[in-house]
Design a protein around this ligand. Structure first.
Ligand code: AMP
Length: 392
């Protein structure tokens, strides 16, 4: 069965077409600068990459071009072959604890939650509506970044703020990267041949979050109401003393928007190093003896270790720690520093096994009390699998 996995941003549309259950990627690509000048798209098919510059007025036009390409490339003979289209939705609030088939009520709820994800939820609705128009026979599904974390208990997801804010303003922790944490959970169940385990999953990319998972259910996660909580990230600050916000706003005369921009786009590795939000640049800076890069990395690693230790206690142990996403899959030094920082828990990094990038691997010694793994995440496949199961 052919299933399309879609991730719409305000001016972009990323897609992958899968053959399921074989989990084969037939074609993938991205439309960029939709609705802006100089728009273009790139498509990858049979290891060949095609780039075309073309005016893209809106998401509907992008879907129309996509379907035309699918037919011209003989990926499909007709549109009816695509049985399901899964859309990535950033914020599902407390409404959605699993992926669902899209109907009017689902769209209304996603719309209602737009104030919690103003850049993402409206774009996703645009994408759903556009694909409904272009491919009316396919079943559309919504796959939420927050759904996997809905199993967190009230004492874990509430903030110690006036109690009524949770219902009045929906202020609570929802987490993010749920599709990735769920994918790692399923993969680890396959590897350990056991779904009743205690896992600490570390999604360390430009955005970063760690989850504590017990018996395949999320117990706790480091992101909060928004993705700017928990770990130090590329350009996000993660956990800080909340009063810093009002203090600096007063001192610098910042508006809420300006302050939000600094906390999300000018903090984290970028804020401390003053150089870059990309961990490759930070690693380069460290090699060149840049003090601020050394400091930024120290803080970054420290926070990851703190969260793993916290979740180790919360779970009363761990059967595995998993690293994924851009940094987690590729940074050998970051993983080593984190594992070395967990020596007290009996974690023993195996330098040789850890010397890998972007593939499934056990990276600790046999004697390590907690095995650590690298598992490349695949959110697109997870979206497609959820859609496949709903369509079936
Ligand atoms: P993601 O958000 O998962 O796409 O991760 C993107 C981030 O991964 C980049 O901003 C880099 O910080 C990091 N990254 C990618 N490749 C490498 C690498 N080879 N070594 C270290 N960090 C990497």
């Amino acid at each position: 069965m052919k299933i399309l996995s879609v991730n719409c941003g305000s001016s972009s549309l990323k897609f992958q077409l899968f053959e399921l259950p074989e989990e084969k990627v037939l074609i993938s690509g991205v439309f960029e600068r939709i609705g802006i000048d100089n728009s273009f798209y790139t498509i990858k098919i049979n290891d060949e990459k095609i780039k075309k510059e073309i005016e893209l007025k809106n998401h509907k036009q992008a879907f129309e071009i996509l379907t035309k390409e699918l037919i011209e490339n003989h990926t499909i003979e007709n549109l009816e072959e695509i049985k399901g289209i899964g859309h990535r939705i950033v914020q599902g609030g407390s409404y959605f604890d699993k992926s669902v088939i899209v109907n009017d009520e689902v769209i209304e709820k996603i719309e209602e939650l737009s104030s919690l994800a103003p850049l993402h939820n409206p774009a996703a609705i645009t994408g759903i509506k556009a694909s409904q128009e272009v491919m009316p026979n396919a079943i559309q599904t919504a796959v939420f970044d927050t759904a996997f974390h809905q199993t967190m208990k009230e004492d874990v997801y509430l903030y110690a703020l006036p109690y009524e804010w949770a219902s009045k303003y929906k202020v609570r922790r929802y987490g993010a990267h749920g599709t990735s944490h769920k994918y790692l959970t399923l993969k680890m169940a396959e590897i350990l041949k056991n779904a009743n385990t205690k896992l600490i999953t570390c999604h360390i990319g430009n955005g970063a979050s760690i989850s504590a998972i017990k018996n395949s259910k999320c117990v706790d996660t480091s992101m909060g109401l928004t993705p700017n909580a928990g770990l130090i990230m590329g350009s996000r600050c993660g956990d800080i003393d909340a009063t810093i916000v009002t203090y600096i706003m007063e001192k610098e005369n910042f508006t809420a928007e300006e302050m939000d921009n600094i906390l999300n786009k000018k903090s984290g590795l970028l804020g401390i190093s003053g150089i870059s939000s990309d961990s490759r640049d930070i690693e380069e800076g460290i090699k060149n003896g840049n003090e601020r890069c050394i400091l930024a990395n120290k803080m970054y690693v420290r926070r990851i270790i703190d969260y793993i230790a916290k979740y180790y206690v919360e779970l009363e142990g761990a059967d595995a720690i998993i690293f994924t996403a851009g940094v987690g899959e590729n940074s050998i030094s970051l993983r080593k520093e984190v594992m070395d920082g967990l020596k007290i828990l009996g974690v023993e990094c195996d330098d040789e096994k850890n010397n890998i990038r972007g593939k499934i691997a056990l990276i600790t010694k046999e004697t390590s009390k907690i095995p650590c793994y690298v598992i490349p995440t695949n959110e697109e496949l997870m979206i497609a699998l959820d859609t496949y199961n709903l369509v079936k």
